[in-house]
Write a protein of this length. Structure first.
Length: 132
């Protein structure tokens, strides 16, 4: 029932676990990253993580239309997901399964925000204060 899905979403959000798999249920763990660039004493820029937030979301498929639109506007979409809009803090990077993605596009859809991610060239060692 709808109530059971809401209860499962509530518990999975607070426990950061997916309790049950229903269509459109939370099924992906991610870490939203807020990064800034700092230059060291010789002028070499390096990223620093100023904040992060562990959230769960709903994985989406990238449609052919979205893929085509990304090519037209010269960016790449590798993953798409939805999270509750009040959770999103404007982060421009996300960490999923050991890969750092750049947020290429966001779209508000009711109480959710759709986040379209492109794989970045960054690795954990490129970021100072990367969260464990």
């Amino acid at each position: 029932s709808y109530l059971k899905v809401l209860i499962c979403f509530y518990y999975s959000y607070h426990l950061q676990k997916v309790i049950a798999m229903f269509p459109s249920s939370p099924n992906i763990n991610l870490r939203l990253l807020r990064l800034v660039t700092n230059a060291n004493s010789i002028g070499v820029s390096k990223y620093k993580c100023v904040s992060f937030k562990d959230v769960i979301g709903i994985a989406k498929s990238v449609t052919s239309r979205e893929h085509h639109e990304s090519r037209v506007h010269n960016y790449r979409i590798d993953r798409a997901l939805k999270i509750q809009s009040f959770i999103y803090d404007g982060s421009k990077h996300a960490y999923i399964d050991g890969i750092i993605y750049k947020v290429e596009r966001t779209y508000i859809s009711g109480s959710f925000i759709e986040i379209y991610l492109g794989e970045s060239n960054l690795v954990e060692d490129d970021i100072d204060d990367f969260p464990d």
